[in-house]
Design a protein around this ligand. Structure first.
Ligand SMILES: [Zn+2]
Length: 294
């Protein structure tokens, strides 16, 4: 049931990932093909439609990416896993986190930019959910379970605000020092808000874990690209750099001119780090920093 719900939500997330960077409304008009014609409901079934249509639009035969189906399946799997493995309060919070996370990760991947219009509600919903479902930050003492206000403030909102402050300031200062050392913008401002939001959802331990995990994941991906990626010839490098520069993306243009690839965005790795924290973060802290265990 939650897989199906996730797949339907995922189909809306696809719309967000496509339209938000272009500044279009996510509500109207309804789903339409790149040729402009509306997509009928029976051609818009999450996951299945891609396979039924074999990746070709029925109106004009345009190919559409398997990524749409993959994002729907990913959302479905994450929703089902959240419901299966976590108590309902945490599961609900995780589903909201995953929905925002998928939109942010793919927009950042596509455009190297984390829009505030997604980041801000992401942080706000982390704080609000913490208040209404304080159990997502750990046990709430039994005698407080009738007192929603005190439980929500002390056991939900307080850890969420500490997480927001730790996540936000950790990435703020890292960004500051890295930018001084590298003499260019090292992380985006969006990453600072994003890590603050991760802190609001998972507390300060989650934010710290996600931050360091993202460094390792990003480094691993860069090494993988260096070893297995194809070397880009110098003339192609220059052409791509000037194209990016024309688009106004000076940062990517510089990067392309020097190393022949686009820089990796940090957002997807931060979000993946937060997801790893959900699975094994507590066990990690218990083993490596036993004095921090609950
Ligand atoms: Zn079409």
């Amino acid at each position: 049931m939650f897989f199906v719900l996730g797949a339907i939500v995922g189909s809306f997330l696809n719309v967000c990932i496509l339209r938000i960077p272009r500044g279009e409304s996510v509500a109207t008009p309804g789903s339409h093909c790149a040729c402009g014609r509306p997509i009928p409901l029976w051609n818009n079934i999450p996951i299945l439609s891609w396979f039924i249509l074999r990746g070709k639009a029925s109106c004009c035969g345009r190919k559409f990416s398997i990524r749409y189906a993959a994002i729907e399946a990913l959302t479905g799997l994450l929703f089902a896993a959240a419901w299966h493995y976590f108590p309902w309060q945490e599961a609900l919070a995780l589903m909201v986190f995953c929905a925002f996370g998928i939109v942010l990760a793919f927009i950042d991947w596509d455009t190297m930019y984390l829009p505030d219009c997604v980041n801000a509600p992401f942080v706000a919903s982390g704080l609000a959910l913490s208040f209404f479902l304080p159990e997502m930050h750990g046990e709430v003492p039994a005698q407080l379970q009738g007192d929603m206000l005190v439980a929500g403030l002390h056991y939900g909102l307080v850890p969420a605000l500490i997480g927001l402050a730790v996540g936000g300031s950790l990435s703020y200062w890292m960004r500051y020092f890295a930018s001084v050392i590298m003499r260019r913008e090292a992380m985006g401002e969006g990453d600072v808000i994003l890590l603050g939001g991760i802190g609001a959802f998972f507390g300060w331990k989650g934010a710290v874990f996600a931050f360091f995990a993202s460094s390792f994941l990003g480094l691993g991906a860069t090494l993988f690209q260096k070893i297995f990626g194809k070397e880009v010839p110098a003339d192609l490098r220059a052409t791509e750099a000037s194209r990016l520069s024309l688009e106004g993306d000076e940062e990517a243009a510089d990067m392309f001119a020097s190393i022949g690839s686009r820089p990796f965005p940090l957002g997807p790795w931060l979000l993946l780090g937060a997801l790893i924290y959900c699975v094994c973060g507590e066990a990690f802290y218990a083993r490596v920093f036993p004095f921090l265990a609950k």
